[in-house]
Design a protein around this ligand. Sequence first.
Ligand code: SOE
Length: 382
Amino acid sequence: MAKKPIRIGLIGYGFMGRAHSNAYLKVGHFFDLPYECVLQAVCARDEAKVRDFAQRWGYASVETDWRKLVQRDDIDLVDICVPNHLHAEIAIAAARAGKMILCEKPLAMNAAEGRKMVAAVEKAGVPNMVWYNYRRVPAVTLAKQLVDEGRLGRIFHYRAKFLQDWTINPDLPQGGTALWRLDVKAAGSGVTGDLLAHCIDTALWINGRIAKVCAMTETFIKERKHVETGKVEKVGIDDACAFLARFENGSLATFESTRYARGHKALYTFEINGEHASLFWDLHDLHRLQYFDHRDPSVVRGWRSIHVSDADQPYMKHWWVPGLQIGYEHSFVHQVADFLKGLETGQPARPTFRDALETQLVCDAVLKSARTGRWEKVGTVS
Ligand code: SOE
């Protein structure tokens, strides 16, 4: 049967532009779907570079102005892979033009912007999703399944961290295409929106709403040269953030993130402790889920290291044979597959913009608490 083409217009071609393009190219080979991803156009300001990217990845055309791209009749889906301060404007314009929208995380600079984006996609009735890819690492999806099955029983604790070390050098500038994550005007926040947002998305998905938070942040390097102005400017982002949280289900949580943990490149881990069982996952060992079940007979009781690679474990039947593992890039392939499945079934893949607004509301409460020094309630979506 002929597949329905979904003509993609990608905006931005950095690290995430590559991760998404790779996913569009692979998904049809591994998942049976009635849709075909067509790399129709890629857009970025630098014409020579965007042409080079288009050629390397197989995009049929290029644009240098995103406004033109979102108005094109031959584009069905707009994929936003640009710095955070551009998400809202592009998403709102794309929604008005009737396009499906996939947006990089975090949804927006803050919840106020996020609300406008949710209103725009819901008014236009266009399918939408945010790229919180770690939900679709098979071991993380399995963790969610085990919690949903009630295997852990009542949840007492949720503990997450995301550690990196790439900004310790004080000579690193801020801003520009490579280092916009250090520029508050482009990023909105530092590790809170960039890294903790991932931890929060997973936590909300697995353990439900967070009711309140109490946070501290620090900016260790106070000034950095700005790539665009050439001047030494104040650093407005949080280099590190740690917060306590209370979930609505009564469980307690700690979240920590920093770009100053020497030796750690992308150490995202979470642990969940329940009445009967506990779970632990580590991005550096991403195909394994650690599981301890107190109900096991005492002579063999202990932490099991589940190698998530069997056909009856999430997503794995689409890949190789049992025992052979997959990696980081596959989480994006899974996300595209689920999005397309959502189009087919009418059950939208998540997180939608509305779901991602929940994460944004937690981030806002965290940053507010860091300023006020008090516990802050997390706002509600509507
Ligand atoms: C930052 O270094 C970063 O690339 C994040 O922006 C990504 O979302 C995260 O998955 C890995 O780290």
